[in-house]
Design a protein around this ligand. Structure first.
Ligand SMILES: [Mn+2]
Length: 373
């Protein structure tokens, strides 16, 4: 396994690359979508936490796709800093809103996504993370409910009161001039049909480009949010997604925290199953207390999930992809994001070192039933 760091658009600087190296990372995962554009619900310099219903910000320029030159420059800057670019995480809603909505521009936007995938391949970037979701990440509350009063995010009940307004998708505004009407509710079957159509068209392009598409589960994993269905909200639903179009390019951005928030199954069995299948492109690591619709994110070393066991399972199954910290509670200091990431990375490095240097210890840990649910 390899240790990496996820960097948001405003973090694509030498200082952040230096920080990643210093904290022991060999890889980075990059967000090119600007979640903070004209939005007020996200704290700058941190992860986009959002609020219960307010959109993160305004989506990018629909006519401007990431260019091969831009992507190659990004990769070169990261490699100059001694790191490898493992993945680009997330598509801009401006480029695929009508794929999610099955709208008039769907065919054009399928071509846009194909172009993006092809360009990633040309730039030597092996993975594109995505999240096929209408409501996106929403319905969460922020409170100083972490250990030692750390500010953290969680859920305090379902988020159904406020439907998604027209012009908003994936918790970002793609059409600021849209009339304020609610988006009509669709069925789970219809959303699965849209995902299937997307994968059938994009996966062949991804195969040809040597790129893996990596699906994030629904965060938070509720059956519905904002009166719209969600796709992967129980661990076994990942299998349904994989089986839609079996291919090495149809893969997972497996989020341990989100899996742990699900009400069915076992996070350990899910990690075991999908890593055995070789379907995990990369991993988000985060711990949590509780399950939807009542949970909160915690520091990596507390919470419901035995993280060492998760890492031992990945080690046993010879997972050779990248693990990144997902989110962490904000630590009370001048650099809350950095401190939270360094704390999580230190934990991950210690676990990795122990597993790789003590094979017997590793198999004992992978088989332990402690914390099993
Ligand atoms: Mn995640």
């Amino acid at each position: 396994m390899k240790i990496g760091l996820g960097l948001y658009r405003h973090m694509l600087t030498r200082d952040y690359y230096g920080f990643a190296r210093q904290a022991g990372c060999t890889h980075v995962v990059v967000h090119l979508v600007d979640y903070f554009n004209q939005g007020t619900s996200n704290p700058s310099g941190n992860q986009p936490t959002g609020s219960k219903y307010e959109a993160w910000g305004v989506a990018g320029n629909p006519d401007q796709l990431w260019t091969v030159r831009e992507l190659r420059t990004l990769r070169a800057e990261i490699e100059d800093a001694g790191l490898a670019l493992a993945a680009i995480e997330n598509l801009d809603p401006a480029h695929w809103h009508d794929i999610l909505l099955d709208g008039r521009q769907r065919a054009q936007q399928i071509e846009k996504v194909k172009t993006i995938v092809r360009r990633l391949g040309e730039a030597g970037i092996p993975v594109l993370g995505y999240n096929f979701s209408l409501a996106g990440v929403c319905g969460r509350v922020t409170a100083p409910s972490g250990r030692g009063g750390a500010i953290t995010v969680g859920m305090d009940g379902p988020a159904e009161e406020v439907p998604i307004p027209n012009g908003t998708i994936w918790n970002m505004v793609y059409d600021p001039s849209a009339r304020a009407r609610p988006l009509p509710t669709i069925s789970h079957a219809e959303l699965w049909r849209r995902l299937g159509g997307f994968l059938e068209e994009i996966i062949p392009e991804a195969e040809q480009s040597g790129v893996r598409l990596a699906a994030h589960p629904d965060d938070p994993p509720m059956p519905t949010m904002r009166q719209q269905p969600r796709l992967v909200y129980q661990p076994h639903m990942y299998q349904r997604l994989l089986d839609l179009v079996p291919s090495r390019s149809n893969a997972l951005e497996l989020c341990v925290g989100t899996l742990a928030e699900m009400t069915e199954g076992s996070v350990y069995e899910a990690v075991d199953e999908y890593s055995k299948q070789g379907k995990i492109a990369y991993i988000h690591l985060r711990n949590v207390v509780g399950k939807v619709p009542h949970y909160r994110e915690t520091f990596i070393d507390e919470g419901d999930v035995d993280m060492i066991r998760i890492l031992a399972i990945l080690h046993r199954n010879r997972f050779d992809g990248v693990l990144i910290p997902d989110h962490t509670p904000q630590m009370t200091c001048a650099a809350p994001w950095h401190a939270g990431m360094a704390h999580t990375l230190g934990f991950m490095l210690a676990a990795k070192t122990a597993l790789e240097h003590q094979p017997r210890y590793a198999s004992e840990l992978a088989n332990t039933r402690h914390g099993d649910r």
